[in-house]
Design a protein around this ligand. Structure first.
Ligand code: HEC
Ligand code: HEC
Ligand code: HEC
Ligand code: HEC
Length: 132
């Protein structure tokens, strides 16, 4: 009896750990919403390059990203703030013009949600990794 209860307690602890682990993973994967005004601050990398003390640097994973991409993910209304982008389930070679197919006009091909309206096709793969 005593044994059974401690096993159950152990299970509860393990489950708790599992939950907090995945919550932590989600937190690190989600970009912070920009905490300051953007007026006069559109050249994000002028400040977030790591060269200015006291200003958080863009992490190493960001190498190659230009300032015109930052708000795609760090704005409050970015799609990535409310969901995890799916991996592209197909090859992308020869399919770089995503919107030819993902426009909503072709039956059986999912259309991007409405919050994608202003996203340029050259940025699709910043969020949707190519898996296949
Ligand atoms: C003039 C310098 C400057 C520019 C340009 C600038 N930022 Fe910032 N940014 C800061 C400073 C200083 C902080 C930290 C203080 C604060 O929260 O305002 C900060 C904080 C942030 C944070 C939160 C970082 C953290 O770890 O809490 C994000 C995200 C961010 N900025 C994104 C951007 C984006 C995206 C742009 C371009 C649209 C941008 N910033 C342009 C100075 C700048
Ligand atoms: C494709 C989405 C995406 C784009 C585009 C992007 N970021 Fe991020 N950013 C993230 C994610 C996710 C994190 C947190 C995980 C990590 O460290 O990579 C992050 C982290 C940061 C941080 C550290 C604070 C934090 O949120 O943890 C800063 C500062 C930052 N980004 C600035 C920038 C700047 C400046 C640009 C443009 C040059 C940019 N980001 C473009 C997704 C993005
Ligand atoms: C020639 C047409 C075509 C092009 C171009 C194309 N796709 Fe697709 N895409 C499809 C089809 C068909 C599916 C669904 C069938 C499948 O899983 O392959 C799909 C599925 C997806 C899905 C998964 C949707 C879901 O609900 O599971 C994502 C995300 C996606 N594509 C992103 C992209 C991106 C990003 C690009 C550009 C780099 C792109 N696609 C280019 C035809 C295309
Ligand atoms: C800032 C990140 C980001 C960018 C950039 C982005 N997406 Fe998405 N996309 C998401 C998120 C988050 C979702 C919702 C979760 C999901 O279905 O992947 C989504 C959903 C989709 C879906 C719907 C999948 C479904 O199941 O209905 C398609 C199709 C898609 N995106 C295609 C694109 C295309 C094409 C582009 C470039 C024009 C693009 N995305 C750019 C983040 C992004």
């Amino acid at each position: 009896m005593k044994h059974g209860r401690s096993l159950a307690a152990l299970g509860a602890v393990a489950f708790g750990l599992l939950l907090s682990d995945s919550a932590a993973a989600q937190e690190t994967a989600k970009p912070k919403v920009i905490p300051h005004d953007t007026a006069g601050r559109v050249e994000c990398l002028t400040c977030h390059s790591g060269a200015i003390e006291g200003i958080p640097a863009a992490p190493a994973s960001h190498e190659g990203r230009e300032s015109d991409t930052c708000l795609l993910c760090h704005s409050a209304d970015s799609p990535i703030q409310s969901a995890v982008p799916k991996t592209i389930p197909h090859d992308v070679a020869g399919r770089e013009q995503c919107l030819i197919c993902h426009s909503g006009a072709l039956e059986g091909i999912p259309a991007p949600p409405a919050n994608h309206e202003k996203i340029d096709v050259k940025y699709c793969q910043l969020c949707h990794d190519s898996g296949g």
